[in-house]
Design a binder for this molecule. Structure first.
Ligand code: SF4
Length: 512
């Protein structure tokens, strides 16, 4: 019987008879591992080393609302070094069986935010410490670490997770004198991991997820990514892209891996190269500079952004002042202003709209950034209409269909959510607007680049979670987020129906 199990004995119970386990438990196979993690909120159970003790402990703990194994382990993959932390994506048993741990990305994110070096991947469990040639053989299977308990402790219950701090590797085996210092370091890392352990146990529960529909990629983003892909196929790497092709860190990384090179300005591109202009559009001066450098330019500007450029040029050609409703520091707005800088004034909110002073109050038009919050933009336009009765403009039509639909979808599910998770990067305007829309509906909302960025403590009180994604966020990130949430407890997933978005834009001739 472990210390922890003794503590849970109920008065009046037969001596030695443990109270059934209800909440999540933290399992530490060695006494010393329990000692360094004993501050964990859930209480830490010393389960004993090796498969036999682990099997007995799992039987005693069966029915736990969640099982988190903490301890030290041996590194298998050369990327894993002593003192690093491995979070199991799955635990493999000696017979080739694998028990998945889908919440690993969120747990790893918590550990990284604590400053630890974290790897996520398979952990092998073996009955005895593995050394020499046997260790090399295990490493060839792609596992990151090996231990002697996790697979058997996993039988205690679900959800299941493993945090192992690496004490030895093939290059730094246990028998060396430095092993003691490495062991001490690995235990320090385990102690440092306690806040993440607490965050995981606090987030374990059954939940429902409502998926906003529509969400994720729009036609303009799909087209822009397709353009870079095709340019790489047709012209070969490197293909240069001015600024992020779309505002999403994952998309940029994936294209970089294919050979795209992202630059801030055209003067970074070697003369004669292929340059793709991003979906947000550019000022004519950028095109002129690209031409001067003899670049092959492929324009990935979204046709709906190009439409706003055309409006601005038309108003400016009539010598009207164009009030552009938008965020002055956003790349789309920079590009649109560049069409007629001497005619365009940017206003970002109602207060700026109330004090903007055009050259001639009878010759004023307005346009909008395509990715604004529809209701906020309308409020600003109302102020302008009141001040300039002859004001011409597009209504909220400049705000594109994708932005409008994704905001409407968030409103439609807000009443069913305790928390809204918006998948998107911090520089994605339409993703940020989705956070604001949810908050205006009274739902706390967070922007997350991926599952690893979710704050587990935020999930502790959230039973009904809304999930959406900005127009630049890949759908697979939403799938991964939902899978990861499912690693914290059973998940009922619902997606309301919505009309399909039948928008398709033709490709530029250079890649069609
Ligand atoms: S969010 Fe709208 S404007 Fe931006 S790329 Fe997508 S469809 Fe085009």
């Amino acid at each position: 019987m472990t210390d922890q199990l003794r503590r849970t004995d109920a008065p009046g119970r037969a001596r030695g008879q443990a109270r059934p386990v209800t909440g999540p438990v933290v399992c530490a196979p060695m006494h010393v591992e329990r000692l360094v993690t004993r501050a964990a909120d859930a209480g830490v159970v010393h389960t004993g080393m090796g498969p036999d003790r682990s099997i007995r402990a799992a039987a005693r703990l069966r029915g736990a609302a969640g099982v988190l194994v903490v301890g030290v382990a041996g590194g298998l993959d050369p990327i894993v070094r002593p003192g690093d932390v491995v979070v199991a994506s799955e635990v493999r048993g000696p017979d080739g069986d694998a028990i998945p741990s889908p919440s690993a990305p969120m747990l790893a994110g918590e550990l990284r935010r604590l400053g630890l070096t974290v790897h996520v991947g398979p952990i092998e469990s073996r009955p005895r410490i593995v050394t020499g040639a046997a260790r090399k053989k295990l490493a060839a299977g792609g596992a990151l670490a090996v231990d002697t308990e996790s697979y058997w402790l996993a039988q205690a219950g679900k959800p299941f997770a493993v945090v192992r701090s690496i004490v030895d590797t093939a290059a730094a085996p246990l028998i060396r004198p430095a092993a003691l210092a490495r062991g001490a370091r690995a235990l320090r890392m385990l102690r440092a991991a306690v806040p993440a352990i607490d965050a995981w146990t606090s987030a374990v529960r059954d939940r429902s997820v409502v998926l906003a529909n529509p969400r994720s990629f729009c036609a303009g983003v799909e087209r822009a990514i397709d353009i870079v892909d095709r340019a790489l196929d047709r012209f070969g790497a490197p293909v240069y892209v001015r600024r992020q092709i779309v505002h999403n860190a994952h998309v940029v990384t994936e294209l970089e891996q294919r050979g795209a090179v992202f630059v801030t300005e055209v003067d970074e591109v070697p003369p004669g190269s292929v340059l793709v202009l991003a979906a947000h559009g550019v000022a004519p001066a950028v095109r002129a500079e690209a031409q001067a450098r003899r670049l092959t330019v492929i324009d990935a500007t979204c046709p709906l952004v190009a439409k706003v450029h055309t409006e601005v040029r038309r108003y400016a050609s009539r010598d009207e002042t164009v009030i552009l409703i938008g965020h002055a520091d956003h790349e789309e707005v920079e590009g649109t202003v560049g069409e007629a800088p001497e005619h365009v004034i940017v206003v970002g909110d109602v207060a700026e709209a109330a004090r903007v002073t055009p050259r001639d109050a009878t010759r004023v038009a307005y346009a909008m950034q395509t990715t604004l919050a529809v209701d906020e933009a309308d409020e600003i336009a109302d102020v302008l209409r009141d001040r300039f009765p002859s004001l011409r403009g597009p209504g909220s039509d400049d705000i594109c269909y994708a932005t409008t639909n994704r905001q409407q979808a968030v409103r439609a599910i807000a009443a069913d959510c305790d928390l809204m998770l918006v998948v998107g990067s911090p520089n994605s305007s339409n993703s940020l607007r989705l956070v604001e829309v949810a908050e205006r509906e009274g739902v706390p909302a967070r922007l997350v680049d991926d599952a690893g960025k979710v704050d587990l403590r935020l999930l502790a009180g959230a039973v009904r979670i809304g999930v959406t994604a900005g127009a630049s966020a890949p759908p697979h990130l939403v799938d991964e987020l939902v899978t990861t949430l499912g690693g914290l407890g059973s998940l009922a997933v619902r997606e309301p129906s919505a009309p399909p978005e039948n928008f398709h834009f033709t490709l530029p001739k250079e890649v069609s």
